[in-house]
Design a protein around this ligand. Structure first.
Ligand SMILES: [Zn+2]
Length: 153
């Protein structure tokens, strides 16, 4: 499957480069310079004998391609239909909303602990991502300067 995709992309990109080069009236040397690549390497792309690397592909899309969306849609349409895909309706997971740690508990012996903003339990370590006890996601951006100090006797 991967090899099939490589061959299809190589052919699609080769045809796209030819079309773009002719549309702008550019030489192979000028295309190579615009894509920041060695002219001999560009010739291999231009002749369809090698597949572009990621940098060349991105540079092409960003600086030369007249219609990146149309080009990518043409590539998508030419790839096999049974490519692995996420199930329909999938949405990216969001990280749990964090609460800012805004309190420091100072014991009589001088030891200080940040306090969980949800369950108010002293936390074992500073800058831990979640509370050990209640699982609350913690935000540390204002800690320790914005935190209130509470002393216990
Ligand atoms: Zn907690």
């Amino acid at each position: 499957m991967r090899q099939t995709c490589r061959l299809i992309l190589k052919e699609q990109f080769h045809l796209e480069l030819l079309k773009t080069r002719r549309a702008y009236g550019l030489t192979q040397m000028e295309m190579a310079a615009l894509l920041l690549m060695d002219p001999r390497s560009y010739l291999e792309l231009d002749h369809g004998s090698s597949l572009a690397g990621t940098l060349t592909f991105v540079l092409y899309l960003l600086s030369l391609c007249p219609d990146p969306a149309a080009f990518l849609e043409a590539v998508r349409a030419s790839l096999p239909e049974d490519l692995p895909r996420l199930p329909a309706g999938s949405v990216p997971r969001r990280p749990p909303a964090g609460l800012p740690v805004s309190e420091i508990l100072v014991r009589p012996d001088g030891c200080a602990f940040p306090v969980c903003p949800r369950c108010e339990t002293p936390l074992e370590r500073e800058y831990q991502a979640f509370c050990d006890r209640c699982g609350q996601a913690l935000l540390w951006r204002d800690y320790p300067h914005g935190a209130a100090v509470r002393r216990v006797r």
